[in-house]
Design a protein around this ligand. Structure first.
Ligand code: SF4
Length: 411
């Protein structure tokens, strides 16, 4: 049974043991159509798939036996055949003095590997100026939830205040891109995350903070461990799942890439109403410096990345974000700022720049830039007509800040 769903979502189906016993298979990560196919193959009506999707993604039920909308006999049969919900779970929490929380999240494969996910109450200002704060338009013929009804309900005096937060989500265990300033790079790539493992980080954090979809204002940034565009299908599968089944707006999601040109080209071909916003991890004023700190630049230099980005059709008010990590004495000099301003102006793109003062990590020899250098850099860009914002460092004391995700992986 359930072979169809297994074929359609093969990356989702992972054994929990390698000893030849019955493999366990994860329902979490399958969309409503795949769940309906499961039910039909089980001899059940297709609408049971919708019931399952409702239970997994709206009610956020994490145990098969607790899905009481399914008959008990069906739940037992699914369990006997090796199915489980298989939602990723938080196994460790690190709390920062500034309210940021970093989590180790264990996935669906049973290999014991964890990834890191970060909750930033109030965010880190990374979304400023990218169109997130504008009215969220609804594409008339787009299926799925009506995002216009989002974030409009006033809390009653007895309700808790609405959350405003950002969740930083991982897409791979480790990373192969090998940026010189990043701790995650030191892990190398261990494996890709499945659709369920990417989306599951979000729901695990939602549960921890009792996030109410449709009321709380939570942004997702796919900027955690890994390069999302080197795990493109599972990354976009998770985005679609979070949109269609959980009810999140893609306009509150941003994906950051180090500049994987084939990935950017695929992204550009996605319908605008079904894709997150795009951020490019630029980090250097020219190819010479970028190739030193980001070896990926030797394969896809800045001009090739920009050409690919130009193919992305922007929504009204949307801007491309250029992320720029300021490395003291390396990329934070006044002449670097002038060069970045020229580079971005020449692209002609609707763009903004997020500046990130480098966060120190053990074994990495760069220097944190001086506050004056950060401010001078920002002003040089804004004087050139380029919106530029300094991202607040969040959770430095728990190694949750940009580029620091890995610390606890070392054991
Ligand atoms: S900065 Fe991002 S792309 Fe570069 S090594 Fe770290 S996780 Fe990978």
């Amino acid at each position: 049974m359930l072979a169809l769903a297994m074929r359609e979502n093969s990356s989702q189906l992972v054994p929990i043991n390698d000893s030849g016993r019955q493999s366990s298979k994860c329902l979490f990560g399958l969309d409503a159509d795949a769940l309906a196919a499961c039910m039909v193959e089980a001899g059940e009506p297709a609408w049971r798939g919708r019931q399952l999707a409702e239970a997994l993604y709206r009610q956020r039920i994490a145990e098969l036996d607790a899905i009481t909308t399914l008959p008990k006999a069906l739940r037992q049969r699914l369990a006997t055949e090796g199915w489980q919900v298989g939602r990723p779970a938080i196994t460790q929490v690190f709390q920062s003095a500034d309210g940021t929380e970093r989590y180790l999240v264990e996935g669906q494969s049973g290999d014991g590997l964890t990834v890191e996910t970060v909750w930033m109450p109030e965010g880190d200002d990374g979304e400023i100026g990218d169109g997130s704060d504008g009215e969220i338009p609804q594409t008339p013929d787009a299926p799925g939830p009506d995002y216009r009804s989002w974030e409009t309900s006033e809390p009653s005096p007895t309700q808790k205040p609405a959350h405003r937060a950002t969740i930083c989500v991982s897409s791979q265990v480790g990373c192969a891109v090998n940026c010189d300033f990043c701790l995650t790079a030191r892990l190398g790539l261990q494996r890709n995350l499945t659709v369920g493992e990417i989306a599951g980080q979000v729901l695990a954090v939602f549960d921890r903070h009792a996030v109410e979809v449709g009321r709380d204002r939570v942004n997702l940034v796919f900027m955690g461990m890994g390069e999302p565009f080197l795990n493109y299908d599972n990354f976009m599968g998770a985005v679609r799942l979070l949109m269609r089944e959980v009810g999140l707006s893609p306009q509150r999601m941003t994906v950051s890439t180090s500049g994987i040109v084939p990935g950017i080209e695929r992204f550009a071909a996605e319908p605008p109403e079904f894709r997150p916003k795009l951020a490019i991890s630029l980090n250097a004023p020219n190819d010479a410096i970028r190739s030193q700190i980001m070896p990926i630049n030797r394969k896809w230099p800045i001009a090739a990345v920009i050409d690919a980005v130009r193919q992305v059709k922007l929504r009204p008010r949307e801007r491309i974000t250029f992320e720029y990590v300021l490395l003291g004495g390396v990329t934070d000099r006044p002449k670097d700022a002038v060069e970045v301003a020229r580079l971005i102006s020449r692209t002609g793109l609707a763009a903004k720049v997020n500046l990130i003062a480098w966060n120190p990590g053990p074994g990495i020899e760069y220097q944190t830039p001086k506050p004056e250098a950060v401010e001078t850099f920002r002003r040089t860009l804004t004087d050139a007509g380029i919106p530029a914002y300094v991202r607040k460092p969040r959770g430095r004391d728990i190694y949750a800040a940009c580029g620091q995700l890995k610390r606890t992986m070392e054991g």
